[in-house]
Design a protein around this ligand. Structure first.
Ligand code: ATP
Ligand code: MG
Length: 340
């Protein structure tokens, strides 16, 4: 098993070396006359690649200490020159999508519903009531994300941002055993940090971008995304400010997903939907976070309870996958197909 994984890893490493060529580090801007001091300031703010410079608004860049408007113009011009960005053909985007990886959920029925699994280069959101298995699902994907690509994995390390203090290494060990992986090594490959506030969450996202420059990651988990926003912004009066900040955080996560070909997988809570008539609706619940969340998540999955340890996943929204449902089970070894 181990030698098979190693062999696969070597093959993919070769391919990845070619892929890495596309990630251009901001260090290249030195050749365009930008000083290393300024580049280090950008790096400290989590902006490590040319595309990150171009994907960040000028207003945000100006918030970085020591970056004046004049300097910013120079940096922007240089980044544009190096990236050679502009219009690209549809074929270019097809090539980019070919690099997408699908990470298994642990259940083949679930993977089939998702046309392969949790995809990289975008954000997948899973929401549902308490005990519907959101945390069990992200734990399972933390393990499968490390499997070779040929085995439904992402062959990379994992960043786990825990906002509810529910990361359980014991669960990871059990799931790793199921997939014949070394439990200790599997845990070593998951970098966990807790975030109680929005500021801390944003700081961790920046740090994650830095880590991805040095190592291969395939997954970023945020369990759950809205918890710190609910703590930091309370009441109706702060709602619009909350949504603004949420939009920025989600856009950072999206940038990471695109730049580093990783899957961003986040959990979300639900609330009763006052817009739906409870007498007629089967399950009058909707995810929190409003339109900002709806637009940021590429794929939205709704979990609900079934019989016993069975759970049902419904595609709530996806640009590519047809509406549908599947049943899976929570087991000691993580998410799995329902046993006959
Ligand atoms: P919350 O909204 O409270 O965070 P959640 O959707 O994250 O809830 P989970 O913690 O993922 O819910 O799921 C809890 C469910 O997982 C429980 O119903 C529990 O029975 C089941 N579960 C937990 N551990 C195991 C295990 N080792 N084997 C089987 N089922 C388990
Ligand atoms: Mg949970």
């Amino acid at each position: 098993m181990d030698s098979q994984i190693k062999e696969e890893a070597e093959k993919v490493e070769e391919l990845e070396e070619e892929e890495q060529d596309e990630i251009k580090l901001i260090d290249e801007l030195q050749e365009q006359g930008i000083g290393m001091g300024d580049l280090n300031k950008l790096k400290a703010a989590g902006i490590c690649t040319i595309s990150a410079v171009l994907m960040t608004t000028k207003k945000e860049l100006l918030n970085i200490k020591g970056i004046s408007e004049q300097k910013l113009e120079k940096i922007f011009d240089a980044a544009q020159k190096v990236s050679n960005c502009g219009f690209n053909t549809g074929l270019h985007f097809l090539e980019k999508r070919k690099k997408m990886v699908f990470i298994s959920t642990g259940s083949s029925n679930f993977d089939t519903l998702l046309c392969g699994g949790i995809e990289t280069q975008s954000i997948t959101e899973v929401f549902g009531e308490f005990r519907t298995g959101k945390t069990q699902l992200v734990h399972t994907v933390c393990v499968t994300a490390q499997l070779p690509k040929s085995m439904g994995g992402g062959q990379g390390k994992v960043i786990y941002i825990d906002t509810e203090c529910t990361f359980r290494p014991e669960r990871i060990k059990k799931i790793a055993e199921r997939f014949d992986l070394d439990p200790e090594k599997t845990l070593e490959n998951i970098l966990v940090a807790e975030a109680w506030t929005v500021d801390r969450l944003n700081q961790l996202i920046s740090q994650a971008a830095g880590l991805m420059m040095e190592d291969t990651f395939s997954l970023v988990v945020v369990d759950s995304i809205m918890a710190p926003f609910r703590v930091d912004f309370s009441g109706r009066g702060e709602l619009s400010e909350r949504q603004q900040v949420l939009g920025k955080t989600l856009s950072r996560l999206h940038k990471i997903a695109e730049q580093f070909n990783v899957a961003v997988f986040m959990t979300n809570q639900v609330m009763a939907d006052p817009g739906m008539n409870a007498a007629y609706a089967v399950d009058p619940k909707k995810p929190i976070g409003g339109n900002i969340m709806a637009h940021a998540s590429t794929t939205r999955l709704y979990l609900r309870k079934g019989r016993g340890e069975q759970r049902v996943c419904k595609i709530f929204d996806s640009p590519l996958i047809a509406e549908g449902e599947c049943v899976f089970q929570i087991t000691d070894g993580g998410i799995a197909d329902v046993a006959d």
